[in-house]
Design a protein. Structure first.
Length: 333
């Protein structure tokens, strides 16, 4: 939580604040660098970077107006950076109760668009301090551009509410979900080995107009060995577009081996990064979880009893602490 962070002093070479009743602007000077874990408050926008961040020559505008949405607009407070700020750490907004604009305070979530009023991503699981009227969320590799708060059950234009990547037996599944789309055209799936140089690997048409949750998925059957970074380019019919957050998986075909296969009583498992495995599960072909266990060894080897399982085909699933998943099929005699 933000309140547990250690506070450091930041030297500001130039801060210019100008404002009217409806908006205010903050401009930083030529050299403004914030160290990791520094608490930065810019007109009640609170940033706590987990890595050093360069805030030099930035302009931040606060507008006391709402972003249109369905079925609710945002609160009457929005922040706009002149250029996207690549940021990892805690992002929070402190608001006044008078700015709720009909939203339910206990349902507020952080929402960000990497362009102006287009391609909003609403983050579930935001933390809230209702007494302080403070909502925050920990993000990784997010381009902060236009920020506000919105109810969890509401959607701002082209709202991406979920974006996940998952290691499968034969590749990587990229999956996402929107809760609201208007004038949307297609999604371009992009991949990178260093999170800097991106290449398109696929394209899916979007719903176009939708006010309900819509799910999409794409399978990358040829991931690169090592780190794979994924992002979405969300393109509207007028050619404007926005980016999703970046997701990462590490691909290694030998990361999880199981034997013997077919197996009778016990399935042996070998994982190169066993200490990063949070849970092992056995799943049947209908998707029902039949067995679960936490790894009990610090070596690269483990075993799983197949007692109680009928003869048939199953999936062994390894869930890692970073949220990624590896699956292997096996047969029980």
């Amino acid at each position: 939580m933000m309140t547990m962070r250690k506070i450091y002093i930041v030297l500001v070479l130039l801060f210019i604040v100008s404002g009217k009743a409806a908006w205010a602007q903050i401009t930083t000077g030529n050299e403004l660098f914030a160290k990791a874990n520094t608490i930065i408050s810019l007109d009640s926008l609170v940033l706590v970077p987990s890595v050093d961040v360069d805030l030099s020559n930035r302009s931040l505008t606060l507008a006391h107006t709402a972003v249109p949405g369905n079925p609710h607009a945002s609160i009457g407070r929005q922040y706009l950076f002149d250029e996207p700020l690549l940021f990892s750490g805690d992002v929070g907004i402190i608001y006044r109760p008078s700015e709720l604009n009909g939203n339910t305070e206990s349902l507020l979530e952080l929402s960000n668009s990497e362009t102006n009023e287009n391609g909003f991503v609403t983050f579930s699981g935001s933390s809230r301090d209702l007494a302080m009227h403070h909502v925050w969320k920990t993000v990784t590799g997010l381009n902060l551009k236009m920020l506000t708060l919105v109810n969890a059950d509401a959607a701002l234009p082209v709202a991406l509410v979920a974006f996940h990547v998952r290691k499968e037996e034969n590749g990587v599944e990229v999956a996402w979900e929107t809760s609201f789309e208007t004038n949307s055209d297609y999604f371009e799936i992009q991949r990178s080995g260093n999170a800097k140089d991106w290449q398109p690997i696929g394209r899916l048409s979007s719903a176009g107009e939708s006010s309900q949750k819509t799910s999409y998925s794409y399978s990358d059957h040829a991931p690169m060995k090592g780190d794979n970074y994924y992002r979405l380019k969300m393109v509207d019919q007028d050619g404007t577009f926005a980016w999703s957050q970046i997701r990462k998986v590490t691909w290694d075909e030998t990361a999880l081996n199981i034997f013997p296969n077919p197996a009778t009583d016990v399935l042996e498992m070998e994982a190169q990064d066993w200490l990063n495995v949070a849970q092992i599960s056995v799943i049947d072909e209908r998707g029902t979880v039949l067995k679960e266990q936490n790894p009990q060894t610090s070596s690269q080897r483990g075993s799983l009893s197949l007692e109680g399982l009928n003869a048939g085909s199953y999936i062994l699933q390894a869930r890692y602490f970073d949220g990624s998943v590896l699956r292997r099929h096996f047969i029980k005699h």
